[in-house]
Design a binder for this molecule. Sequence first.
Ligand code: ADP
Ligand code: MG
Length: 859
Amino acid sequence: MTILTKIFGDASTKFVKSAQGVVTAVNALEEQISALSDEELKAKTAEFRQRLGVGHLSAEALAKVETLDDILPEAFAVVREASKRLLGQRHFDVQLIGGLALHQGKIAEMRTGEGKTLVATLPVYLNALTGKGAHVVTVNDYLARRDAVWMGQIYAFLGLSVGVLNNQTSYLYDQAHTTPEEDKARDVEGSFKIAYEFLRPCSRAEAYAADILYGTNNEYGFDYLRDNIAQRPTDQVQRLDPTARPASTSASLGGHHFAIVDEVDSILIDESRTPLIISAPYAESEKLYGTFAQIARNLIKDTDYTVDEKFKSISLTDDGITKAEKMLGVENIYTDKGIKYVHHLETAVRAKALFELDRDYVIREGEIVIVDEFTGRLQPGRRWSEGLHQAIEAKEGVKVQEESRTFATITLQNYFRLYQKLAGMTGTAQTSAEEFIKVYGLEVISIPTNKPSQRQDLGDYIFQTEKGKVAAVVKRVKELNQKGQPVLIGTASIEKNELLSAYFKREGIEHKVLNAKNHEEEGSVIAGAGRKGSVVIATNMAGRGVDIKLGGPTPTPAEQDEVRNLGGLFVLGTERHEARRIDDQLRGRSGRQGDLGTTQFYVSLEDDLMRVFGSDRIKGMMGRFGIPEDEPIQNSFVSKALEGAQAKIEGFNFDMRKHLLDYDDVTSHQRQTIYERRNKVLLGGKEEVDEFLAKAEEVLPIPEEDKNKLMADVAKKRAELGEEKFVAQARQTILQVIDMFWVEHLEAIDYLRGSVRLRAYGQRDPLVEFKKEGLTLFKEMELSIFGNVLELLGKIEGELKTEELKVKEVHQQAELILNSNTNSSSAGAEPAKAHENKVGRNDLCPCGSGKKYKKCCGQ
Ligand code: ADP
Ligand code: MG
């Protein structure tokens, strides 16, 4: 077997070997399946469903029920046949192996261009046969549409429905268009005008009810969060747990059944640091940010605070703290002002010392917009958490946005852990295999390429200075461009894009710059990056998932040959990334499917990676060579050292993410408990309400006498209102009270997380403390919920007006979010009312001077 001649990790080799049985079985069925008429092939879906026992069955049929594994070879053969007929593409044997790995809930590592989109059709079809839904997760909206419309042809032919989740809109793949002319029009890969005419807008719940769903991680995650602040069953959109028996709801059953995450490393590793948050503005005014930004401005690096670039952290010196206290006019910030002020101070200094304009963020229309550190892509709507975003706003003197209140939050990791079966695919997973297995229990299987790779990865060129490096890059690109070989230049940031672009302009090199604003445009530019004479500058991962064909997006054979003769696509990396994975992604853009291609990195000793992590030995060595700054050396020792540095940072970042996750696990468990209880009441009736009340009565730690009185009040109200009205009221009240206390709990947990960190100095393990106190907080919250529900139920329309109002306020805000449909990371609703900050005469002046208001602007 030629495909086994390559050496992969042990587990991968073993898997690939064991998959041969399946490959043989699928291939053996080919003759028989390809002899079927279209109608007979289509009928296979119903037959499979029957054999799997989906739907109502007679006892006799039930006894013969087969499993997914039983029908796998046949189902794969059917999908392959449909693909042959509709797309003219026959799944390669290695693609069958990839499909098997996905079906088994593993990560299939398949190189870029190997056709992972098509691979996914195999396990997606198979698992969707259960009727519980199969989700495919893409990195952007555009790819969700592309893949749904592209692969939808296969699914629709086989009688399965396909949905698409986009931001603000959902679609169903429209099966009506199936004439051959229209099929041609779907040359989606080439045209990049994703055929909206094949997509029909639909409701969110309808999309989820589809057998197969394509969407981005954010859409899935936010829908989950919104479902769990829904006030009515009909507001829920995701599939419900199969055991749920909702009275009236728009959602279908199946729960979180099966998901395949495309570009899984990007989503589960790179994107995992910012949680999804649904929030709404918080009424409490915030003027402290300006004050602390002003204080930070006056603090001096290395005197008042120190910066650890490696750990991306700062710490204040005693001098710095004394200075801050003076400016604030307090004796001791820790005792006088407590955790809140300390937190503000540290955040302001972090904003100043570690976050740089046009590198980490840009200012757009008076707002701070995050720049994704991996893709260089702008992230409008996303906000850094724990006040960091506001601190940066204050630092830059733009309007500090109102603090918002978190209503619901989840990390992507924890969202994806909800799935019964999770699988992933990407070109680059092996260097993070340990993280995948430890954190997600996902095994990485390297699948051999269909054709042997012809890509040439040249050794790094190392320069002493950045300036020398840039000059050499420009020179090289000019040479390549003059002979017509297409070049893709990968950079680490938007800033570097602009810099290179300016140089190219000066040299008269025609080029395109991808600043990652629009996925669709980006897609079409990247797709054209293989055209003769093309020069594209892009941040490292811009256009991930887009196919680069030699000769152009829809090349003629002559165009293809011409570029092939020039050596294929040249990928020139201008900086090594912190993670080897990201470098590999960049390289992977060249040499797809056995094409020719070359990759090379140009690095300098002034690059961040070298500056921060490179050893002094390397620097010393370079100095000794005494070569001009724009002349490179190729030195395997330096290259090894670089890779060593990368491995070190990868390990460090892994630990950091693991650490975050350890904390998040505490909240995650609590969230699940609360959401389960909430959902029961939301979807239930009298029985669930009674259950809840009984539990409340049981656990409330108040004197028997008081408890009896409470219960008597509730019983009285119940009799007064009548059963039906009471149950409706009770359900509403329980939901609102749960939501109100959960929101407060999230806030308390946030503060706790910050405060335990400080305790690390006291030689106590902060995580242990966090778990312990987090649990205490949770138990207190539960009791508050039970107590408040009983009290409110006994007094419906009675006293306790203020409490009721508070509940209503939360309820209304949550409604706002539900209807607003904004889907950025911080899906905040519009503030209901703009309100002025009221400043007390003795408060610090909001202008940030650090003086009292009455002595400053208030004079
Ligand atoms: P990946 O996601 O692995 O980078 P894509 O799914 O974007 O790759 O596919 C890359 C290209 O390979 C596409 O143009 C696709 O049409 C083509 N392709 C995939 N599988 C096959 C196949 N079995 N036969 C022919 N072409 C294929
Ligand atoms: Mg892909």
